[in-house]
Write a protein that binds this ligand. Structure first.
Ligand code: NAP
Length: 293
């Protein structure tokens, strides 16, 4: 397997492949950065096209999609990849994934687009979930290799879907952590010790929030938004009165919570204020369908 890019992630990928017994060739723009991988058993190639030519599969993990485009525009790269497989693990948008697939089809290259939902330290373990999209036969053919990198999840034949799922999970991640930090800020601004906030926030997260996410999932899956323990109207009033006002009182910028209040207020504006906040999923699904038709 050839690994293009020996940064933090590329090096972790190369090490996981070496640990799984693959013969690994590495190319990096700055050769010195790949030297530790030579000591770990990899072959270091001086030229990108030579590196690609050395293996049937090339795994790419470079800084961004501009770098990807520069590397693949190199006249020798597409011809070296012809008849082989390119697994693109550089972070990109859904459009980048589809562009990668189009480039690969044009040059006779089997292609998978991947999104790594993990830090380099977990690569090579089951904890490293990696999303893949592209032709299912390419995914199946390379599953043992993908398993050497982490836990592969097939997101679909459209090569943009790994990036879509990446965006979805990262939205969940960042919004959750932003809420935790917001609570810490409001508490600290009012003189509450972080440890005291944490003592409340930790069990709240592990029980109340986890259950709320489970309940929201059940509601969406069942298309059931009524019979709420707390109606959206009540929830929006709590956000506006309690959180936004409490934030202003202690001098914390309420912009984040105000945006959340605006989002849920659309449920009330649609005349569904007596339903659960899960109804936002239904409302947005309806609006998306309307826009598509
Ligand atoms: N680190 C993470 O936790 C993580 C998690 C998920 C996904 N990712 C994704 O993995 C990819 C790599 O991230 P990283 O953490 O490994 O970053 P990094 O340590 O900064 O490595 C960047 C890599 O890109 C190469 N590069 C940069 N500019 C280049 C250019 N103009 N031409 C050729 N090569 C160039 C670097 O080569 P040089 O050594 O020569 O600079 C290096 O190999 C990114 O797309 C990132 O979003 C990272």
């Amino acid at each position: 397997v050839t690994v293009v890019g020996a940064g933090k992630m590329g090096s972790a990928l190369a090490r996981a492949l070496l640990a799984a017994g693959y013969a690994v060739t590495v190319w990096n723009r700055t050769p010195a950065r790949a030297e530790p991988l030579r000591e770990a058993g990899a072959t270091i190639a001086a030229e990108l096209a030579d590196a690609i030519a050395a293996s049937d599969v090339t795994v790419m993990s470079v800084a961004n999609q501009t770098v990807v485009a520069d590397l693949l525009e190199d006249a020798d790269a597409p011809s070296a990849l012809r008849g082989k497989t390119l697994i693109q693990l550089t972070t990109g948008t859904p459009a980048d994934g589809r562009r990668g697939q189009a480039f690969a089809s044009e040059h006779g290259i089997a292609y998978l687009d991947g999104a790594i939902m993990a830090y380099p330290r977990t690569i090579g373990t089951d904890a490293a979930v990696i999303l893949f999209s592209g032709a299912s036969d390419v995914f199946s053919a390379h599953e043992p290799l993908l398993r050497a990198l982490g836990t592969p999840h097939y997101a679909g034949a459209d090569a943009g879907l790994a990036a879509v799922s990446d965006a979805a999970l990262l939205a969940f991640f960042f919004a959750t952590v932003a809420g935790f930090l917001y609570g810490a800020n409001v508490s600290r601004a009012a003189g509450i010790e972080f440890g005291d906030y944490l003592a409340l926030a930790d069990p709240f997260f592990k029980t109340f929030i986890t259950e709320a996410v489970d309940e929201t999932a059940e509601r969406i899956a069942g298309g059931r938004y009524g019979d709420a323990q707390s109606s959206t109207e009540t929830d929006v009033a709590a956000i506006d009165l309690l959180i936004v006002e409490a934030s202003r009182d202690v001098g914390v910028d309420p912009a984040l919570m105000a945006a959340i209040s605006d989002a849920f207020s659309r449920i009330v504006a649609a005349g569904r204020g007596d339903e659960a906040i899960a109804a936002l999923a239904d409302l947005e699904a309806g609006q998306l369908a309307e826009r598509a038709s």
